[in-house]
Design a protein around this ligand. Structure first.
Ligand SMILES: NC(=O)c1ccc[n+]([C@@H]2O[C@H](COP(=O)([O-])OP(=O)(O)OC[C@H]3O[C@@H](n4cnc5c(N)ncnc54)[C@H](OP(=O)(O)O)[C@@H]3O)[C@@H](O)[C@H]2O)c1
Length: 313
């Protein structure tokens, strides 16, 4: 066990170093945090806390012990920037999980209770009666059953929805029908009223939401994308909606963010765009796990939530 105070290097265009400094101070007795422009010796940096990694940055840190991502996904990090012996861990944060679950429930209920249809009717001053259904009449498919997908699946199951999920390993989960492999994916989406994508972006999942897969979707079903924009072939979604295969989509993530004002998604009557707000982490709630990983890095232990770089998540 080393007694040295860890030297952290913080780098993010999205997160505030001061917020993280004060959140970590509640869990680490002593540490030094440097940011770009500070006068520091790169050879003394122990742990990099990053959203993205500027080209060549980590090569200067000759004693680097770990890279800790400030995001739950790590697709924004170029793995070739990380020295081969240095582990990478992603962020797991209860605030992020709770906000993702809240968002998924809100979108599912909007479709389940036909609020999207009532919004359109209301804009036309049209009285349109649609009787409410029981939650057990709506089947929700979750693509990705990791930290976030599992929490969403359990929350929807507890609301009475029928829930199925797809992952690489298809582990059994109480009250959730689980599927794996390509056949499992096509079977699952063919049964679902609402498909929620919460996969990580890897070379295997890029453009997974495409016309070829939409052919298997249940007619009139809805797509919710809270994974990454590059999971979706955007033109294929527009075609699938025009063809009546899908009757709507809610997209929290898009290939280009912010979505340009001229993009056809903005004014599409069946598409709701939200500005990548489904889940947000909080330094205060994430700091215990990050501090724990800093201690593990300083003592040479395997990190919590360590990323398998070959697998990509
Ligand atoms: N919109 C937002 O605000 C927001 C916020 C945070 C995160 N996200 C996105 O959410 C993603 C998921 O986060 P997480 O913490 O739940 O990740 P995670 O814990 O790593 O879980 C990933 C899940 O995806 C499955 N998976 C990965 N590759 C697959 C493949 N090729 N085929 C089938 N299943 C595959 C994994 O299967 P196994 O269980 O078999 O390993 C696992 O169930 C992040 O990567 C990020 O892109 C979005």
């Amino acid at each position: 066990m080393t007694n040295a105070a860890p030297h952290l290097y913080f780098c993010s265009a999205l997160d505030k170093a001061e917020d993280w400094r004060s959140a970590l101070a509640a869990h680490l007795p002593a540490f030094k945090m440097s940011v770009e422009g500070d006068d520091y010796d790169p050879a003394t940096v122990d742990v990099a806390l990053v959203w993205t990694i500027p080209d060549g940055l980590l090569a200067r840190f000759s004693d680097l012990k770990a890279v800790l991502s400030l995001g739950a996904g790590v697709n924004q990090i170029d793995p070739s920037q990380i020295p081969a012996h240095v582990p990478l861990a992603r962020l797991v944060d209860e605030t992020l999980t709770r906000t993702m679950v809240d968002y998924a429930k809100a979108v599912v209920y909007r479709y389940h209770r036909c609020l999207d249809q009532f919004e359109k009717a209301s804009n036309d001053a049209r009285w349109m009666f649609i009787a409410p259904k029981a939650t057990s009449e709506t089947f929700v498919a979750i693509l990705g059953l990791g930290q976030l997908g599992r929490a969403i699946a359990f929350a929807l199951r507890d609301e009475g929805f029928r829930v199925g999920g797809w992952s690489r390993s298809a582990q059994p989960l109480a009250g959730i029908e689980t599927f794996a492999e390509r056949h499992g994916l096509t079977t699952l989406v063919s049964r679902a009223d609402i498909v929620i994508n919460v996969l990580p972006l890897t070379r295997h999942t890029t453009h997974i939401l495409c016309g070829e897969l939409f052919q298997y979707f249940r007619r009139g079903s809805r797509l919710v994308n809270i994974g990454r924009g590059q999971h979706l072939v955007e033109d294929d979604l527009l075609q699938a909606i025009s063809a009546g295969i899908l009757s709507g989509a809610t997209l929290d993530v898009t290939a280009v963010e912010p979505l340009p004002p001229s993009h056809p998604f903005w004014h599409h009557p069946d598409i709701l765009v939200t500005p990548h707000v489904a889940g947000l982490s909080s330094p205060t709630s994430a700091a215990p796990m990050v501090a724990h990983n800093i201690r593990r890095a300083m003592t040479g232990q395997v990190l919590l939530n360590q990323v398998d770089l070959a697998r990509g998540y």
